[in-house]
Write a protein of this length. Structure first.
Length: 82
């Protein structure tokens, strides 16, 4: 996952699918909120942690710490710009 384009696709495609599902009204609001929370707290923590782990900026045991609010801001440059 060292390629930044793959990273951006990985984090944007699930949101695009979720928005599409709400536009077509195939998903209820409760499921939307549940999937959104899963995306924000589980999926993004894993994907961002995997990217930082591949770049050797964090240890595997520290991936869970990315769930703490604003912890990702510490790695903003490495996650989104490099």
């Amino acid at each position: 996952m060292k390629n930044i384009y793959i990273y951006y696709l990985t984090i944007t495609i699930p949101i695009a699918i979720l928005i599409w599902l709400t536009k077509t009204e195939t998903i209820s609001s409760i499921y939307f909120v549940a999937i959104l929370f899963f995306y924000l707290f589980i999926f993004r923590t894993f994907v961002d942690g995997k990217r930082l782990l591949d770049k050797e900026l964090i240890l595997k045991k520290d991936i869970w710490k990315l769930i703490i609010p604003f912890k990702r801001l510490q790695y903003f440059k490495e996650l989104y710009l490099k």
